[in-house]
Ligand binder design. Structure first.
Ligand code: AMP
Length: 289
């Protein structure tokens, strides 16, 4: 596995691969890789000849009181996991290289970036879209794979690519979960042993809503109330729970395409999760599946 940190070198590698007719797949990450990331790599490998994984903890998407400094990092471990999974090129740019100066120009997501996660993390999605746009310009992938775990992010990336005519295909892969339902996240490492059980409130709330919907209840208000009863467990501070459509708009009544999005704090850890009602939490892959 090749490892590059220079932007020019990265672009040159991609262009050389493409000149030989290879398709480039790309999985952008903030590192501290887990099986959820690696499943995205599998997807990328299935659709490309060469796969690039980037590891970059993007300061632009963290608020001043968020966990940028504390965000877990372990490049040696990431390197091993990426190599074992068949990644062709690990791209590890330095912050100074990505942002020689504070960027004046940013990709603004508009109203879709101000709801849900964006309402709680102002500026977060402008930071995400800016770094994704930059990475696309450097890696020049044919296909890029994102996780549905970050549903709003994946939706906004798709919109950015459409709005700005970026020549890349976006694939969104399902959320990989622990066997007990907890969505894998680099931030799960913050959870103490005592917080691990309360953290299940998110996926349990999603399942409860799914069950009520399958039982015939479609009113968003009733379903939200049902989910909130489960989410508001001891040790859990709910942030939001909403039923939205594919454009992130709240829906009054649920159908199979409705997405239930949830965010909560467990101790000092912020967790997010979601489910597409017609698919269900149970359809998501688990670590051992
Ligand atoms: P991150 O390193 O958290 O920025 O995530 C990098 C990519 O991995 C994003 O596209 C995430 O949506 C995706 N991802 C993170 N956790 C999961 C998961 N449990 N299942 C599927 N994709 C995930």
């Amino acid at each position: 596995m090749l490892e590059l940190s220079g932007l020019t070198e990265m672009r040159a590698w991609s262009r050389a691969q493409k000149a030989r007719g290879a398709r480039i797949g790309f999985v952008p990450t903030m590192g501290y890789l887990h099986e959820g990331h690696l499943r995205l790599v599998d997807r990328a490998k299935a659709r490309a000849d060469g796969v690039v994984v980037s590891i970059f903890v993007n300061p632009l998407q963290f608020g001043p009181s968020e966990d940028f400094a504390a965000y877990p990092r372990d490049l040696a471990r990431d390197r091993t996991l990426a190599r074992e999974r068949g990644v062709d090129c690990l791209f590890t740019p330095e912050t100074k290289a990505m942002y020689p100066a504070d960027p004046v120009t940013r990709v603004a997501p508009g109203g879709m970036g101000d709801v849900l996660e964006g309402a709680i993390r102002p500026g977060h999605f402008a930071g995400v879209l800016t770094v994704v746009a930059k990475l696309f310009h450097v890696v020049e992938p044919d296909v890029a794979v994102f996780g549905r775990k970050d549903f709003q992010q994946a939706t906004l990336v798709r919109r950015m690519v459409a709005d700005l005519d970026v020549p890349v295909e976006i694939v969104v892969a399902p959320t990989t979960r622990e066997l007990d339902g907890l969505a894998l996240s680099s931030r799960n490492t913050y959870l103490t042993a005592d917080e691990r059980r309360p953290a299940l409130a998110l996926s349990r709330a999603l399942r409860a809503i799914e069950q009520a919907w399958r039982g015939g209840e479609a009113a968003a208000e009733t379903l939200t109330r049902r989910g909130m009863e489960i989410l508001a467990a001891p040790g859990v501070t709910p942030e939001y729970l909403a039923l939205v459509d594919e454009a992130l708009q709240p829906v009054p009544r649920a159908n199979a395409k409705t997405i239930v999005v949830v965010a909560a704090r467990v101790g000092s850890t912020r967790l997010i999760d979601n489910v597409v009602l017609g698919e269900g939490v149970g359809a998501d892959p688990t670590v051992r599946a």
